[in-house]
Write a protein that binds this ligand. Structure first.
Ligand SMILES: Nc1ncnc2c1ncn2[C@@H]1O[C@H](COP(=O)(O)OP(=O)(O)OP(=O)(O)O)[C@@H](O)[C@H]1O
Length: 617
């Protein structure tokens, strides 16, 4: 870029930013220039390539978007084919404007993109590169055309880009689709046309993502001026999802969707006629307004002839389901999958009730040990002598009070399978030494035994404590700590999870299958911090399912104690309230209350005793 034109450009940027002059094309460009100068403190004359990630960093950043990339690749390839001869490159970027997928045009143009690092791994955030297609479209969440000298940095003036933001199935920004040309003779008007093509292709990509996400639901396509909308509904004709256009077209909100509202309140059509895939149907709004012609596609499960995924992937399905759409957990499951059947110990971190035991079971289920035992012990719940006996076993008559026939111990019971030690941070230091020896020598010495028993176990341990700090402070054996953390997985608290709404919906379906959540109830659940995590959410919804009237859970049915930072008492209170309500509903009949709570009679009796609940019986 010649220095004269660069200095002219700097003067122009400054006069536009100071409201002395205007940019011809659009006031959005002027606003973006101002943001770059005032908020991001960028220099329009600065030269240099964009920030670029290494291969490993790209893999890391792309992981949460893998499914999206897979679903939109056919559309991206089509777009690249259509625009290739016009010298455009095509990219998909994540919400931070890092390119994660690129298709270059023919050789004549490709060199320019390579030289300027417009390819996978480069970052074009507005805060770094100034006004540019990707960065500005993402900052404003709107499609944009940034033609040559509308770029903030003079060095990008030989490029023109058109970008459409990409939204996920619940209407959140998921990334953006970019096309860039370096052809000098490209008129703004021609480029405008390319933007329209990109927006249309992006809408089809959103459709593909939506259909992939709701593959088990029926999907109705509703015509609309700003593009058709997609509504997903289940076999009971309750709405389970709606894309951005459908939300706008029908007036649907997150709360309504989460509460499993009846489809017929928003969309009416002849369901019988819609049974054949792709049949055209006349659609009406629930209030009777005609909406035009649309069509309905049955769940993919019903029409899928896709080949089965291989056994390796199937084994990990439960783990993938637990990871849901949480990027950190998705990464952890991928790491677990990549180590395959290597017998690496796993250390799980997480608050009470986040699902450490459930996750550990799923790891066991995904391993080549799945046919053998999964044995769990909570180290916090027992005194040292009991853990010792339970874990390491003992010979007949080893101590007073021992079982006559002796005990194999949990480690031996887990031979060939998995041993899960919950609350490992609470394991007494003496037992830590014995456990370390088992892990190092692969043999156990039951108390009183004359020879060791050889064992082959996979150890998964869990804690809510900071074991690293404990090891530093001498409260936990450092050598055992390093041994336990073959691979570490942090299970996020429910309130931190990116897919918390999905989890609330899923647990509501499981715990109160015949109820739907009112909008107010949904808002309360969505805002509550759930110190007891999944366990507390289950209790709250189970209780609400018992007290709900006419199949609607209202905010009055939700027992959400004020959160003062403590967890266990809140949890106990929630559990107590659930049981009391179930007993009340069944006139104190324990058998029926146990059935409603999906507990065995014995467990319910134990809990009644433990929580000191008074019963009529
Ligand atoms: N991903 C999930 N989706 C739905 N329910 C879950 C999920 N994970 C755990 N749960 C439920 O939450 C409850 C607590 O799970 P779990 O016992 O595994 O938690 P934990 O972290 O081991 O708890 P603690 O620290 O108290 O031992 C169980 O009822 C379980 O079914």
């Amino acid at each position: 870029m010649a220095s004269l034109s660069a200095s002219n450009h700097v003067a122009r940027v400054l006069s536009v930013a100071n409201h002395v002059a205007d940019v011809d094309a659009s006031s959005r460009i002027a606003s973006s220039w101002r943001r770059c100068l005032v908020n991001h403190k960028l220099d329009p004359a600065r030269q240099g390539p964009p920030q670029t990630l290494t291969e490993a960093e790209i893999r890391h950043v792309a992981e949460p978007m893998e499914e999206t990339i897979r679903l939109v690749t056919p559309e991206l390839d089509d777009l690249a084919r259509v625009l290739r001869d016009a010298g455009y490159c095509v990219n998909l970027a994540d919400v931070n404007a890092t390119m994660l997928f690129s298709r270059l045009p023919g050789e004549a143009d490709a060199r320019m993109f390579l030289d300027w690092k417009i390819y996978t791994g480069s970052n074009f955030a507005e805060a770094c590169e100034g006004t540019n297609g990707l960065g500005t479209a993402l900052a404003e969440q709107k499609p944009i055309l940034v033609h040559r000298d509308e770029h903030f940095r003079a060095q990008w003036h030989m490029f023109s880009c058109a970008v459409a933001p990409l939204f996920d199935p619940v209407g959140r920004l998921a990334g953006a689709v970019n096309i860039t040309s370096c052809r000098q003779d490209l008129e703004r008007a021609a480029h405008q046309l390319a933007l329209a093509v990109t927006m249309e292709a992006t809408r089809r990509m959103e459709g593909a993502i939506f259909r992939g996400h709701f593959r088990n639901a029926w999907i109705a396509t509703v015509p609309g001026d700003g593009g058709s909308g997609l509504v997903a509904y289940d076999d009971d004709r309750r709405i389970v999802g709606a894309c951005r256009s459908a939300r706008a077209l029908l007036g649907l909100t997150d709360g309504m969707i989460a509460s499993g509202i009846d489809l017929s309140r928003y969309l009416k059509f002849d369901h019988h006629a819609a049974r054949g895939s792709g049949e055209i149907v006349e659609l009406r709004h629930g209030d009777g307004r005609p909406l035009g012609q649309g069509h309905v596609a049955p769940p993919l499960r019903a029409r899928s002839h896709a080949p089965r995924r291989d056994a390796q992937v199937d084994r990990f399905d439960a783990l993938h389901r637990l990871a849901g759409r949480d990027p950190g957990l998705i990464r952890s499951v991928k790491r677990l999958r990549s180590i395959g059947d290597h017998n690496l110990p796993v250390l799980l971190h997480g608050e009470t009730g986040v699902g450490k035991d459930v996750f550990a079971r799923a790891i066991h289920g995904a391993s080549n040990r799945a046919r053998n035992n999964y044995v769990a012990l909570n180290c916090a719940a027992m005194p040292e002598s009991l853990i010792d006996a339970e874990l390491f076993g003992y010979e007949a008559g080893a101590f007073t009070g021992a079982r006559r026939e002796g005990s194999k111990g949990l480690i031996v019971q887990a031979d060939g399978g998995t041993l899960f030690l919950d609350e490992i941070g609470d394991m007494p230091i003496g037992l830590q030494t014995r456990l370390l020896r088992v892990l190092e020598n692969r043999e156990v010495w039951p108390l009183g035994a004359l020879k060791p028993v050889t064992v082959d176990i996979r150890l998964i341990s869990a804690t809510h404590r900071d074991l690293g700090r404990m090891a530093e402070a001498g409260a936990f054996r450092a050598d055992l700590y390093y041994r336990l953390r073959g691979i570490e997985v942090r299970l996020p608290a429910l309130r931190e999870r990116a897919d918390r709404d999905d989890i609330i919906r899923q647990i509501a379906r499981e715990e109160a299958p015949s109820c739907r959540l009112s909008e107010e109830a949904w808002s309360q659940l969505a805002a509550y911090p759930f110190p007891g995590n999944m366990r507390q959410l289950r209790h709250v919804l189970r209780l609400a399912g018992c007290t709900a009237e006419d199949g609607v859970i209202t905010d009055a049915d939700l027992d959400l104690p004020p959160f003062g930072g403590r967890t266990e008492p809140d949890l106990e209170a929630a559990e107590r309230a659930t049981i009391v309500a179930a007993l009340r509903k069944h006139d104190g009949r324990v058998t029926e209350a146990a059935r409603a709570l999906k507990l065995s009679r014995a467990t319910l009796y134990r809990k009644i005793k433990q929580l000191k609940i008074e019963t009529a019986q």
